[in-house]
Design a protein around this ligand. Structure first.
Ligand SMILES: CC(=O)CC(=O)SCCNC(=O)CCNC(=O)[C@H](O)C(C)(C)COP(=O)(O)OP(=O)(O)OC[C@H]1O[C@@H](n2cnc3c(N)ncnc32)[C@H](O)[C@@H]1OP(=O)(O)O
Ligand SMILES: NC(=O)C1=CN([C@@H]2O[C@H](COP(=O)(O)OP(=O)(O)OC[C@H]3O[C@@H](n4cnc5c(N)ncnc54)[C@H](OP(=O)(O)O)[C@@H]3O)[C@@H](O)[C@H]2O)C=CC1
Length: 290
């Protein structure tokens, strides 16, 4: 029985995952190396809970109870209590492996270990842990409190019991699952990221401006956000990491990351989370940066 959930990484995904588990009645331990990230996460969760209260999706009592179920820490010591640990740190394989090395000795032997990676091999990550049969990919979508889907990804060693427990658990928090086999970037990002990368090529080659590309896809294909707006929303660092995993993992030039995406990441203009990407968000309205 899963009752206590630990999350490593309190960025935009970590805070969203903490939010939905707490609303569903689970105790949540949210960890990050960075105290400031934890403070920002708590503030963001409060804002998003209030947003749900004002939309009538949850009551004020449920929001208050959810907040009280979340505790934060800059270390991993409390993880001995958790039944499920979800890693949601930066999309970098070495960062994730270092977390698992420190985390595994602290976990209960029966605890399930999951990763929210957007693209990296579950089998390869699992092989660096002490529990490949209890390791699984749980790929939440951004923004977590709003998006219905969680991709479930088995590594080669993931047991049926682990998969089944994870599936039931995701259903209990009110999400729907889609199974993906363990290949680079799974299903959603195998399709979505090449589209975003192509939108950046479209900008790079001068086919359209930032605004016309986004407007074209919003109004011409009914996407809720234009692809450049969505790239900023995901984080351009994460978008580039996913394209690199696709490019290297599938060894096909069709996944070559656009040089303009690389340039934005090199500049540190990685999107909404830093206030600037294909748009500048520091004023009242987003302004295109090209
Ligand atoms: C990269 C990966 O590995 C996988 C992925 O996640 S890919 C990304 C998948 N997600 C998408 O494609 C999202 C596409 N966009 C949408 O569906 C919609 O624009 C949206 C659901 C995000 C917002 O819908 P909307 O009707 O405009 O809602 P609205 O209330 O106006 O929301 C606007 C804002 O609230 C956020 N939001 C809305 N409700 C929220 C909630 N309950 N919790 C958190 N954020 C919320 C929106 O992201 C947006 O953020 P800002 O406040 O920073 O501007
Ligand atoms: N963005 C998206 O749309 C989606 C992302 N994902 C995946 O979720 C994961 C997190 O992405 P996202 O939340 O967007 O990224 P963010 O950059 O918003 O957050 C990552 C957080 O992890 C922290 N961190 C880095 N190293 C460690 C560590 N060793 N221990 C604990 N925390 C650490 C970072 O701290 P610091 O800033 O100090 O480095 C930061 O606070 C990635 O694997 C990503 O691919 C999955 C679905 C959608």
């Amino acid at each position: 029985m899963v009752q206590h959930v630990g999350i490593i990484g309190a960025g935009q995904m970590g805070n969203g995952i903490a939010h939905v588990f707490a609303v569903a009645g689970y105790d949540v331990l949210l960890s990050d190396i960075n105290e400031e990230a934890l403070n920002k996460a708590k503030a963001k969760i409060e804002i998003n809970l209030q947003r749900q209260v004002s939309k009538g999706l949850i009551t004020a009592d449920v929001a208050a109870a959810a907040q009280s179920r979340i505790t934060t820490t800059t270390g991993l010591d409390g993880f001995g209590e958790v039944d499920l640990a979800i890693e949601a740190a930066t999309e970098n394989e070495q960062v994730k492996i270092a977390i698992f090395k420190e985390l595994c000795p602290k976990l209960k032997p029966e605890a399930i270990l999951a990763t929210n990676t957007s693209s990296i091999s579950i089998t390869r990550l699992a092989s660096t842990t002490d529990r490949p049969e209890k390791f699984i990919g749980l790929h939440f979508m951004n923004p977590v409190p709003v998006m219905k889907l969680v991709e479930l990804i088995r590594g080669i060693a993931t047991s049926e019991e682990t998969y089944h427990t994870a599936e039931i658990f995701i259903e209990k928090i009110g999400k729907l699952t889609a199974n993906s086999e363990d290949f680079p970037a799974f299903i959603v990002n195998r399709l979505l990221l090449p589209m975003i990368n192509e939108a950046i090529y479209t900008l790079y080659e001068g086919v359209g401006s930032v605004e016309s590309i986004d407007k074209a896809m919003r109004l011409g294909a009914n996407h809720p956000m234009g692809p450049l707006q969505l790239a900023d929303f995901i984080g351009l660092d994460t978008c580039l990491s996913i394209m690199q995993v696709l490019y290297e993992g599938l060894a096909d030039t069709k996944y070559r990351p656009c040089p303009l995406l690389v340039k934005y990441v090199e500049a540190g203009w990685i999107g909404r989370k830093v206030g600037r990407g294909f748009y500048d968000y520091r004023g009242d309205e987003p302004v295109p940066t090209r």
